[in-house]
Design a binder for this molecule. Structure first.
Ligand SMILES: CC(C)(COP(=O)(O)OP(=O)(O)OC[C@H]1O[C@@H](n2cnc3c(N)ncnc32)[C@H](O)[C@@H]1OP(=O)(O)O)[C@@H](O)C(=O)NCCC(=O)NCCS
Length: 103
């Protein structure tokens, strides 16, 4: 299942992000800012135990009807189980509800 990221998820999101992108990962301060700013567009996926195993962040333009999926990353141990697919599907649904027509 996916849900909105909380400030208490940031450390775990950062671990997944840095493991996936190495030196190109987001700094912690940006992830904290994203948590405040992007709401439902900053999402995590949890496994059956409630452990965060992936995240995604989307953003829309101030004007217009288009948006970007900025990132999706999944813990290496949880890959291949459609976690990214679920994160993207749920993110796209939220963008669509917000009136976004192109991603
Ligand atoms: C890419 C990533 C998010 C996929 O996560 P995942 O949960 O394993 O993906 P899913 O199980 O939902 O797979 C969905 C589809 O993508 C394909 N896929 C998965 N990883 C892929 C990769 N690295 N390259 C190409 N295709 C990939 C799967 O085969 C599957 O295809 P299908 O629908 O035809 O069966 C994960 O490998 C990851 O975190 N990689 C490092 C970060 C990254 O590159 N993010 C993307 C750019 S921001």
């Amino acid at each position: 299942m996916t849900r909105q990221a909380l400030i208490t998820d940031i450390q775990r999101i950062s671990e997944i992000d840095c493991d996936a992108f190495g030196d190109d990962c987001y700094p912690l301060f940006f992830l904290r800012q994203a948590c405040e700013i992007y709401g439902e567009l900053f999402r995590v996926a949890e496994d059956e135990q409630g452990t965060v195993v992936g995240y995604t962040l989307s953003a829309s333009k101030l004007e217009g009807r288009d948006a970007w999926i900025l990132v999706v990353a999944v813990d290496k141990r949880a890959r291949g189980r459609r976690v990214a697919t679920k994160l993207i599907e749920d993110g796209l649904n939220i963008l669509s509800l917000g009136g976004i027509q192109q991603v």
